[in-house]
Design a protein around this ligand. Structure first.
Ligand code: C2E
Ligand code: MG
Ligand code: MG
Ligand code: MG
Length: 281
């Protein structure tokens, strides 16, 4: 009987692994196709200055469409891209697309805005990353201050010295560096002090729970205090309600991003949203 159960278990795992392998292969094929056939697009989510209500920066969030134009979520394809190594080509595409967008905005009211792109830790292992990014910025005739990069704590904290060097070079050149999903990783405040960082983006889970629970509120306050005393600007992610907006304003946070203000949108829609807000600063 035990043997039978064992057998069944093996069968179950085999088909599970199989399913996952098939899914993995489907997604890598989709990504390869999207890279060559225009199936990738950047959406933009404005970042709101809590003091002025203005918006002079936005985050680029990658979208991938399959042949039937169905949207595939980055939560699905980014981990596959990282595992397969495709993230390097995709990351290059993202940086190029963001810079191209900045150039297009150069002749509009959005001339001064900044776009922040998400980087994977794996991209930082490329010793030429900083050079490549700076070359792209120059190619499009932009200022380095117009581009920002976001990395999660786990991707930079405790990483190889070479990886930190790429970030340091970018920061020294004038790019904006943010720690994404702050608080969810193995945050060591010592690293925060050592790293070339301009701002932290507090993960939306803290905001969510801070509304309901004293200890999460305490953690949130502590993160804001530490960030501020290190001279970093504080952005809170996932702001969905006026109540949450009031809370983070009262805590002294600098920026907010979330559905309350705007969802990630295609470039044209982001442009329309940001135009009246870009000069309010
Ligand atoms: P992230 O960088 O932390 O991006 C924020 C995510 O929260 C986005 O999900 C955004 O749509 C979502 N969001 C924004 N405001 C709200 C809100 O008010 N409520 C809720 N519930 N969600 C909100 P998205 O676009 O699905 O991206 C998921 C993750 O995929 C990103 O998390 C990022 O880690 C990764 N990603 C996206 N684009 C790229 C990229 O170009 N390169 C890399 N390496 N990763 C990317
Ligand atoms: Mg991000
Ligand atoms: Mg993230
Ligand atoms: Mg985040």
């Amino acid at each position: 009987r035990a043997k039978e159960i064992g057998k069944n278990t093996v069968c179950f795992y085999t088909s599970d692994i199989n399913d996952r392998l098939v899914k993995y292969q489907q997604i890598t094929a989709l990504l390869r196709q999207a890279l060559t056939n225009g199936g990738l697009e950047l959406y933009y989510q404005p970042q709101i200055d809590l003091r002025t209500g203005g918006a002079t920066s936005c985050e680029a969030l990658l979208r991938c469409f399959d042949k039937a134009s169905n949207l595939v979520s980055p939560a699905t394809f980014i981990p596959v891209a990282e595992k397969s190594g495709l993230i390097n080509r995709i990351g290059d595409w993202v940086i190029d697309a963001a810079c191209k967008q900045l150039k297009a905005w150069q002749r509009t009211e959005l001339a001064g805005v900044r776009i922040d792109v998400n980087l994977s830790g794996r991209q930082l292992t490329n010793p030429h990353l900083a050079d490549q990014i700076l070359e792209t910025i120059e190619h499009y005739g932009l200022k380095p201050e117009q581009l920002g990069v976001e990395l999660t704590e786990n991707e930079v904290f405790g990483s190889e010295e070479d990886q930190t060097r790429q970030l340091e070079r970018l920061k020294a050149a004038g790019l904006h560096i943010s720690i994404d999903d702050f608080g969810t990783g193995y945050s060591s405040l010592v690293y925060l002090r050592k790293l070339p960082v301009c701002s932290i983006k507090i993960d939306r889970s803290f905001l969510h729970y801070a509304m309901e629970n004293e200890s999460d509120m305490a953690i949130m306050k502590a993160m804001v205090t530490v960030g501020q005393s290190l001279g970093l600007s504080i952005l809170v992610e996932g702001v969905e309600t006026e109540q949450q907006a009031k809370l983070i304003r009262d805590l002294g946070c600098d920026f907010a991003q979330g559905f309350l203000y705007a969802k990630p949108m295609p470039a044209k829609a982001a442009e329309a949203f940001m135009k009246p807000l870009a000069s309010r600063s």
